[in-house]
Write a new protein. Sequence first.
Length: 363
Amino acid sequence: MTYPLVSVVVPTYRRPKLLERCLQALLSQHFPPEAYEVIIVDDGPQDPSTRILVSGWQQRLQARFAISIPPQPSMIPVTAVNGGGKPATVSIPVKTSAAQSLQIKYLAAEGTHGPAAARNLGWRNARGDIIAFTDDDCIPEPDWLSNGVSAFVDGIAGVSGRVVVPISSHPTDNERNTTGLERSDFVTANCFYRKKVLEEVGGFDERFTTAWREDSDLYFTLLERKFPLAWAKGAIVIHPVRPEPWGISLRQQKKSFYNALLYKKHPQLYWRYIQPAPPWSYYAILTAVLVAAAGLLFGSLPTLTGGLGAWLFLMAALIHRRLKNTAHTPSHILEMVVTSLFIPFLSIYWRVRGSINWKAFFL
């Protein structure tokens, strides 16, 4: 029986075409096949398409490794680039047996609880000493595993890789927002942890039931507990931007609900790494509307015009900010104008609702 050094955990939810692309990249790694396994956690098992896809890949791997492979050395050398950008060669201890093969494991989540719960299910059923995380819509480069694993030296507990988001020279607002992943650390699209560290801290907080801030929460927990962390610039994952429906920015305002939970758990780190100040411009827009409403209610023309004037100025600034350096097609301009009318109110609504739900004073 083979015990791989690395277990790659990929949560997925009814996206077999994207998962197929991700699996092709994971099964083409420049890494000893006997030294890692791939665990697919299906968060939507009611749809059999993911299970059928994984089953097909399992059969292909069985055919690929049908020939018995002689026992491998107990120490496998891997040359990679560490967090400082310098080549490094490390020896990886691997428990081996006479028949070695790369394996894919399929796990069906009971119910749909979000990616945090799915990842916990994956790493708790993993056999590797190191857990590598990526997403089903990502494409790890061939040296992703070797470069990420090589950074685990001197007791390092976790490693953050690099995420690349390819976009056009005139991106949409959604595409530009997605590039924020390139400037973020320890996102679950590309990070590695020792399994014993995940066991010690309890893994991901499953109260984050959507794909938002659960990775930051785990990262902040490790920072607060002073676990040694590293960055591997050579461990690269490509994250193409998925096509989204018109007005997607309105639905994304719900993320503020989980920002409140992250703030409650890590207030100092939240202001330092996530948001240095509350969205004062949104509160100013809300105030301007309330002033205009008061002027209309009490029949005060100066109050009404003052409030409307302030609202128009602030809205124009918001729309200009969202359109700056983005696509100026008629459809995109219309989307920015229409959604900007509602975003400040939706954002504040979800922030207030999150504050109440998590019992945190979160402006």
